[in-house]
Design a protein around this ligand. Structure first.
Ligand code: NAI
Ligand code: MG
Length: 352
């Protein structure tokens, strides 16, 4: 197969968890005889320090050639000057845009052993297993902006095509999971939401009559996600609503360090990253939970390399490591970052 994978460690705990991703990829590559080629590039603050650019040309070129990009995290206090023209986050936004990654997939599944760690009541969250599909390259984050001392505006725009492609992806997922699709908007107020509602209804009626479908206003959804999270299966929503709701959903599963993500688009390469940031408060101390990152590698096997079984094995190995208490401090274990990752790799060995 000879797939090409690019690693972008970035900043803070980014390099610590990316090292673990590399170990897992090498181990899977050996076991399956995949001959995966791994290259490493600069992004974020690390790239700013070395090249003056948050996304150097070399990095972008390498990613364009790749089948998958695995990213740690970017940013940190060192680069937090509000007057700086160039910031680490610009590197990540530019990468998403350049690779045309229009859908961000965030699966949220609770391991029963972690129910106690979540601030929510166990009986409310015990059956949580949802997939949030967030539109990633449209809406107010990318619309025209005006910025002044007395006036500012962010314009929110969507086209039919932008809505269609992401709703189609989410509907395919709902069908594969025998689940329901919930489209979240603010159609009582926003014109873009009314476009979302009309186009989604059309897509569902024409191509997915067998998939249960509902719409929900975003303010009500914010309440239901904590009050009654197991009612959801697949959620699809626009960029900013998805950004906010996915952080909210992360409290369901116990730790920021647990959640993986995949960003997919029109191009060849998918982008795989844990949802957490660079966690400067724990960086360099071996405390970072690597499971969100390892889960992202699992998603890479499914979505970029077409190896669903391999993805399931990674998922199961993480699940088993958590069951055995072989994990980091944030989820009640006493292992260091590299030891927790080794536990997952050993679990993989047991499966074979
Ligand atoms: P954060 O996600 O880095 O940390 C939030 C809290 O969760 C911290 O207490 C941290 O110690 C903990 N945490 C995060 N990941 C963990 C892990 N793997 N294991 C154990 N604990 C973990 O968010 P924060 O503190 O708001 O942002 C820190 C920096 O990261 C900022 O510069 C921010 O801009 C950047 N950031 C980058 C993102 C990315 O690269 N995709 C996403 C979010 C924030
Ligand atoms: Mg966010």
């Amino acid at each position: 197969m000879n797939a090409k994978v690019v690693l972008l460690p970035g900043d803070g705990i980014g390099p610590e968890v990316t090292d673990q991703a590399e170990k897992l990829i090498r181990s899977m590559s050996d076991q399956y005889g995949l001959g995966i080629e791994i290259n490493t590039g600069l992004i974020g603050g690390a790239a700013l320090d070395e090249t003056g650019e948050p996304l150097p040309e070399d990095t972008l070129a390498m990613c364009r050639e790749a089948d998958a990009v695995v990213l740690g995290a970017v940013g940190g206090p060192k680069w937090d000057d509000p007057h700086a023209k160039k910031r680490p986050e610009q590197g990540l936004l530019a990468l998403r845009r350049e690779l045309k990654l229009f859908a961000n997939l965030r699966p949220v599944r609770l391991h029963p052993a972690l129910a106690e760690i979540s601030p929510l009541k166990t009986e409310r969250i015990k059956n949580v297993d949802l997939m949030v599909v967030r539109e990633l390259t449209g809406g107010s984050y990318f619309g025209d902006k005006e910025e002044g001392d007395d006036f500012a505006s962010d314009s929110c725009t969507y086209t039919r095509e932008e809505v269609e492609r992401v709703v189609t992806m989410a509907a395919d997922m709902a069908r594969a999971r025998y689940g329901r699709l919930t489209m979240i908007d603010k159609a009582n107020v926003m014109a873009t939401s009314r476009l979302w509602r009309a186009v989604s209804a059309e897509v569902m009626e024409k191509k997915y009559p067998d998939v249960a479908y509902e719409t929900m206003l975003v303010d009500a959804a914010a309440m239901h996600i904590v009050a009654n999270p197991s009612r959801f299966n697949v959620i699809v929503t626009e960029n900013m609503f998805g950004d906010i709701l996915t952080d909210e959903a992360s409290v369901l599963v116990g730790s920021m360090g647990m959640l993986p993500s995949a960003s997919l688009g029109e191009g060849k390469a998918g982008l795989y990253e844990p949802i957490h940031g660079s966690a400067p408060d724990i960086a360099g101390r071996g405390l970072a939970n690597p499971f969100g990152m390892l889960g992202s590698v699992g998603m890479m096997f499914e979505y970029s390399l077409g190896m669903r079984e391999a993805a399931r094995q990674v998922e199961l190995a993480i699940w088993n490591a958590v069951s055995a208490g072989q994990c980091t401090l944030d989820i009640g274990g006493n292992l260091r970052t590299d030891e927790a990752a080794d536990a997952v790799i050993n679990q993989l060995g047991d499966i074979h």
